[in-house]
Design a binder for this molecule. Structure first.
Ligand SMILES: *Cc1c(COP(=O)(O)O)cnc(C)c1O
Length: 368
């Protein structure tokens, strides 16, 4: 047997007629930029996330970049974020000329440790950017309370967490903005790059809509310098079809996750994911902590089982951030988990047999 980490062909097969029709409609209309599907998707995703406004943009990275820019982040400012995330989380801060201030993570959920937040905030802090990693939301009550007391806005990096919930509220309705990615492998994936911003602030929404079209409002009149960052009509049309299925896909992922947790129980060298009872985890990734992870990786390779390590090197240890002078051991939880974390195949169409094969291979490795 061969088990891929993700197989998007299987998903396409289940919705092919609808997708093909949606694409054909855009081809017939030829409204490729800011066509009617973009607005329709914006309304639907904003409503799904529980936010007043939705703004389609070119990528999840741009959702973060435009959000920080709209909040006035620039040279000399600091943005506090987690060190355990995809690079885009930090990259956008640097691209605006600001400095990322990295905070260590909470060992059970891999999310930013809210107990360490206060110490990281300085008079230069212009924003706090928690990441809802793997599809489980960060401690939003604690984060919003500290942010409120210190008068700093929050930008949610919800790229991995569309539809995830914290105490019954979905990602993207806590911060000044919520940032989502439609990268093909995300739970709601486009057929190319795409991103989305939610906000319930009318002024921010207006500014973000302007920033994505070169800062123009009206067209050809530029009071600010913006970006070319729109969501393609084709991608919006595809996403409108896929959004209908998102709740059932989440439920399917959650079932697979429960299956893994049951199948892997009793293996002492493996720690299965911890989920806060107040969270609705959408399992963008099913990530375990594994002793002798590199040995396990070799074993999974030999069994033709897909996996990945999100993330092998925390952001504060990246070569491009060596001037920030973080020493090894400075953010020890993330440094340790970067050596132990490994993500297993989890997607709605994964079969029981495949899961049993994956779990069996892991059990076999540790019983040798
Ligand atoms: C995917 C991802 C992004 C970037 O999204 P793109 O659409 O690929 O630009 C940002 N942050 C996190 C945590 C992500 O997982």
């Amino acid at each position: 047997m061969k088990v891929p980490l993700l197989d998007l062909k299987r998903q396409y097969r289940t919705i092919k007629p609808e997708i093909d029709q949606a694409i054909q409609k855009v081809l017939d209309n030829t409204m490729f930029i800011m066509g009617p599907e973009v607005k329709e998707l914006e309304e639907k995703v904003a409503q799904y996330c529980g936010a007043k406004h939705g703004i389609g943009v070119a990528s999840g990275t741009d959702a973060l970049l435009l959000s920080l820019r709209a909040l006035g982040v620039g040279p000399g400012d600091e943005v506090v974020t987690t060190t355990f995330s995809f690079f885009a989380t930090a990259g956008v801060i640097s691209r605006l000329g600001a400095k990322p201030v990295f905070v260590d993570i909470e060992p059970k959920t891999f999310n930013i440790d809210s107990r360490r937040l206060n110490d990281a905030i300085t008079p230069k802090t212009k924003a706090i950017m928690p990441v809802h990693l793997y599809g489980q939301m960060a401690d939003m009550d604690e984060i919003m309370e500290i942010a409120g007391k210190r008068g700093v806005p929050v930008v949610e990096d919800a790229a991995q967490a569309i539809g995830a919930e914290y105490k019954g509220k979905r990602a993207g309705q806590f911060g000044a903005t919520g940032c989502f990615s439609f990268f093909p492998s995300k739970n709601l994936g486009a057929y190319g790059d795409g991103g989305f911003i939610t906000t319930s602030d009318d002024n921010l929404a207006g500014l973000l809509r302007k920033l994505r079209v070169h800062g123009a409002q009206p067209k050809y009149f530029h009071s600010i310098i913006g970006y070319n960052s729109r969501l393609d009509t084709l991608q919006a049309a595809i996403l409108i079809v896929k959004l209908k299925y998102l709740p059932e896909w989440h439920e399917a992922r959650r079932l697979k996750a429960d299956n893994y947790t049951r199948l892997l129980s009793g293996i002492n060298q493996v720690t299965t994911p911890f989920v806060h009872p107040h969270n609705y985890h959408i399992y963008h990734q099913y990530t375990i902590l594994a002793e002798n992870r590199d040995g396990l990786k070799e074993h999974l390779k030999s069994r033709e089982i897909g996996f990945d390590t999100y993330y092998p090197l925390p952001l504060h240890m990246q070569e491009c951030y060596k001037e920030l002078n973080y020493k090894p051991g400075s953010l020890p939880v993330s440094e340790k988990l970067a050596r132990l974390a490994i993500s297993l195949p989890v997607f709605p169409e994964l079969t029981d047999q495949e899961q049993e094969y994956v779990a069996g291979a892991i059990r076999e490795f540790y019983s040798r």
